[in-house]
Design a protein around this ligand. Structure first.
Ligand code: NAP
Length: 320
């Protein structure tokens, strides 16, 4: 690492820890954000309600141009309770939420194609010996063609759990959280993959909600218009015709769930937090419930909220 890079890293670390301390302060207007990781922000196999085709075929050791496959499923017609495994592509699979999505999909009997930028990192983070897991290289900024190769013709749905990594590139949120997601949608359109789950964020439409001065809205847009970039991507998905579920969580926590999931319509929640385990669960459950189709849902967790079924939660949100 050169001296300039070292200085830069020190500055970002200092800035990050100072902001974290401000956010942890109970009286700080940024206290909502203390659950947000600064390093990350700016489990019977059921029926598959969204499936429009059964395009399962054995996945042999095919090498894909532009995408490196390091772990391959030798036989994709494995069954759980007599059902062929459905393969789901997860973008951002090495992220704090993405890896939980992968784990929960595998535990529920899905096959998973984990899209990652760093294969070595993925090997240390993700279950190595699970034959239902395939790891492929996929950088969402590299365009829809390469992504289509990575997703392949054997994936039935895409879950996008990407988020830009803070650094010197002020355009990173725009490149990853807007164009990157748009690239994924375009790849799906090329392949005929008709189910897309996006993990977005509450407050993306903060300006329209009268939350322009909400400290969280300001803070998250100061670093490269992160929320605006996410909203742009959401709008692209909604116009694309693809069957989507856009999940907007509150501040993300790594600790296990302490309360029950509260699900509200778009542009409703402007505070609150939720365990990443629950966000991953909502993403996986949205694949299992037709009530989740073509919907934007905002989620937090609350200890005083009643436990509700996902059918009930998704069913309570109207399509717009
Ligand atoms: N933090 C919060 O409190 C909060 C609140 C609401 C919503 N959100 C949103 O929820 C989502 C998940 O958040 P998180 O904190 O769990 O995420 P995270 O841990 O920061 O992980 C982000 C993932 O995106 C990947 N990524 C970054 N650039 C990429 C690129 N160009 N191509 C492909 N993948 C790329 C990262 O890959 P590497 O592992 O290789 O870096 C990583 O796997 C994000 O969209 C985030 O903005 C976060």
């Amino acid at each position: 690492m050169g001296p300039l890079q070292a200085l830069g890293r020190w500055f970002v670390t200092l800035l990050g820890s100072s902001l974290l301390n401000i956010m942890k302060s109970r009286n700080s207007p940024l206290s909502y954000l203390h659950h947000c990781s600064l390093s990350s922000f700016p489990k019977t196999f059921p029926s598959f309600p969204f499936s429009t085709s059964t395009k399962f075929r054995p996945i042999n050791s095919t090498k894909m141009e532009g995408s490196e496959i390091t772990e391959e499923v030798s036989e994709s017609r494995e069954t759980t309770n007599g059902n062929a495994k459905k393969k789901i592509f997860v973008a951002g699979a090495t992220g704090s939420t993405g890896k939980r999505v992968v784990e929960q999909l595998l535990a529920k009997g899905f096959a998973v194609k984990a899209g990652v930028r760093d294969l070595d990192k993925a090997k240390t983070l993700l279950s190595k010996d699970n034959p239902a897991l395939q790891i492929v290289k996929a950088d969402v900024t590299e365009g829809s063609e390469k992504l289509a190769q990575a997703i392949g013709d054997d994936s039935e749905a895409v879950i996008c759990a990407t988020g830009f990594r803070p650094g010197w590139d002020l355009l990173a949120p725009w490149k990853v959280d807007n164009y990157g997601t748009v690239n994924l949608v375009e790849a799906c359109r090329k392949l005929g993959v008709n189910r897309f789950i996006l993990i977005s964020s509450i407050l993306v439409n903060g300006a329209a909600m009268g939350q322009l001065l909400n400290p969280a809205y300001i803070f998250l847009n100061v670093f490269g218009l992160t929320l605006v970039a996410k909203l742009q991507a959401e709008q692209y998905i909604r116009k694309s015709g693809i069957n989507y579920t856009i999940i907007r969580p509150g501040g993300l926590r790594n600790d296990p769930p302490t309360g029950n999931v509260v699900m509200e319509p778009e542009d409703t929640l402007y505070e609150g937090s939720i365990s990443r385990d629950q966000v991953a669960e909502v993403a996986v459950e949205s694949l299992l419930h037709p009530e989740a189709s073509f919907k934007v849902v905002e989620i937090v967790s609350r200890t005083d909220a009643p436990k509700r079924s996902y059918q009930d939660l998704f069913g309570s949100i109207k399509q717009r």
